[in-house]
Design a protein around this ligand. Sequence first.
Ligand SMILES: Nc1nc2c(ncn2[C@@H]2O[C@H](COP(=O)(O)OP(=O)(O)O)[C@@H](O)[C@H]2O)c(=O)[nH]1
Ligand SMILES: [Mg+2]
Length: 134
Amino acid sequence: MAIQNTFIMVKPDGVRRGLVGEVISRFERKGLTLEKIRKLDIDEDLARHHYAEHVEKPFFPDLLEFITSGPVVAMQWSGESAVSVCRDLMGATDPKAASPGTIRGDFGLEVTENLVHGSDGIESAERELDIFFG
Ligand SMILES: Nc1nc2c(ncn2[C@@H]2O[C@H](COP(=O)(O)OP(=O)(O)O)[C@@H](O)[C@H]2O)c(=O)[nH]1
Ligand SMILES: [Mg+2]
C-alpha cells in the first residue's frame, strides 16, 4: 500500500455555488490530507495545457468556456491510494450517472459543469501537480 499525491480542483461552478468547503470536508472526513491549496483564474493557455488530451474533442469549446468562466480552487491531497479514492469520492464524469453519495452525484446535473476535477492516474497526478504547484 502506498501513499499517493493527487491533484483536485473545484471548478468554477463549485466555487460560484459556495461548495469549496463541502468538497474539502468530504476529502478530509475520508482521512485524506490537504497538502496545498490555491485559488486562481485559468486562462486559455493553461486550459489547453491542463486539458491537452481533450483539445481535439467536440466538447472542448464548451469545456474551455466553462473552465475559464471564473476562479477555481486547486489542491494537492495525499493519502493511501489517494488517486483512486478521490476519483471514487467525486463520482462518474456525467453527474446524471454519478451515484448518490458522490460529489457529482449529490450536487450536479450537467456533464460540463461537474464541480470537480481529479487526476485519473499517478502519472497524470504528477503532471497536473507540476502544472499548478511546480
Ligand atoms: N459537454 C461535455 N463535456 C464533457 C464531456 N466529457 C467530458 N466533459 C468535460 O470535460 C472534463 C474532462 O473530461 P474527462 O477527463 O473525460 O472526465 P473526468 O476525468 O471525469 O473529469 C469533464 O470533467 C467534463 O467537465 C462530454 O461528453 N460533453
Ligand atoms: Mg479526466
